[in-house]
Design a protein around this ligand. Structure first.
Ligand code: BGC
Length: 334
């Protein structure tokens, strides 16, 4: 009995390493408003990270894509066996056509045939998508949402983005605007957003907005602080040390996010909400209030069956997802 269990375990381990060894390499590119990151990915592993480029160092989209091409070719010299290249971008990206329609907060990116640009620059099959869709893809295929058919993944950073899987399929929508939860309104009379939309949640709990809100809250409490002392990380540490101003801030952030998740529940009714991105690194100080406010607003048997999970891949999810999407798309897999 002991021997056969040992033999079985050995066989499983050998199978695992055989799968690992045959896992193909692909390049993931993650574009943000401030930087563009590049990595060679094998399964869930980042095999190589190239120096990121600063988006704002280049005067136009043409200059940016030219530099991206150069960097991809340099990576291919180091890793000639890469099979595909995938890229995530922050805005409306038509995955099927391979075209950027427009980017949120990154000027000048309209109607850019980015998939062709990537494959012309590298000779590789390429795939492109919204950056949060890439994150969601990684979590769905390889991470916290593996095996689920209905899930919503959110990334909380400078912008708020998300990706939706419903009925076992990725939902991108008619005009590639599905799952743009950062634009979901939590106040119909609220702040005017990037697209003219009022009360978009990203205009309240984006990284910059949290920081400004924290600075105002400390000033109102008679404890003025510099902006650099008011970022999500600083208020996370303060909340963990019991600071009442910071705790109240996270309570409010959690309440706003719970409102967004509640709305989503009634549209999509996912099995899980998977939450990642820089702001979600706060962990329980964020997840605690989110769970509390969601519980208060949902039919109890529903709340009891909804999972609210931290993302598995943290800041690397976008790159891992873009790289995997490229491989799977090249193999005609969803
Ligand atoms: C954009 C989304 C993007 C998110 C995260 C938002 O401002 O509208 O498309 O996914 O930021 O980068």
């Amino acid at each position: 009995m002991a021997y056969s269990f040992f033999a079985f375990t050995m066989a499983v381990n050998m199978l695992d390493s055989a799968c690992m060894a045959t896992e193909e390499l692909s390049i993931g590119v993650d574009m943000g408003g401030t930087s563009i990151k590049f990595a060679v990915v094998q399964g869930t592993d980042i095999v190589y990270k190239a120096e990121p480029m600063q988006t704002t160092d280049y005067p136009s989209p043409d200059c940016i894509v030219e530099e991206i091409g150069k960097r991809l070719r340099a990576i291919m010299e180091k890793y000639p066996s890469v099979k595909a290249v995938g890229m995530g971008l922050p805005g409306f990206v038509d995955h099927k056509a391979g075209i950027v329609d427009s980017l949120t907060n990154v000027p000048g990116w309209y109607d850019i045939h980015i998939r062709d640009i990537l494959s012309d620059a590298t000779g590789l099959p390429a795939a492109v998508d919204n950056d949060a869709n890439c994150m969601a893809y990684a979590e769905w295929k390889l991470g916290a949402g593996r095996g689920m058919n209905d899930l919503v993944c959110l990334t909380l950073g400078t912008g708020i983005g998300s990706g939706v899987i419903a009925g076992g399929h990725f939902v991108r929508g008619h005009l590639s605007a599905a799952g743009e939860l950062g634009q979901m309104s939590i106040d119909y009379r609220g702040r005017i957003g990037y697209y003219g939309n009022q009360g978009a949640i990203e205009d309240y709990i984006g990284h910059r907005e949290i920081t400004a809100e924290a600075q105002a809250a400390y000033a109102a409490a008679g404890q003025p602080k510099a902006l650099s002392e008011c970022g999500p990380l600083e208020i996370e540490l303060a909340a963990k040390a019991g600071d009442p101003v910071a705790l109240a801030l996270w309570d409010d952030i959690g309440r706003k996010l719970a409102t967004c998740l509640m709305n989503c529940h009634y549209i999509l009714n996912p099995e899980a909400f998977i939450i990642g991105g820089g702001v979600a690194k706060a962990g329980d100080v964020l997840f605690g209030p989110v769970r509390r406010y969601l519980k208060a607003q949902l039919y109890p048997p529903h709340y009891a069956k909804i999972k609210i999970l931290p993302a598995m891949f943290s800041n690397e999810a976008g790159i891992i997802g873009a790289a995997r999407l490229a491989l799977n798309t090249a193999n005609n897999e969803e």
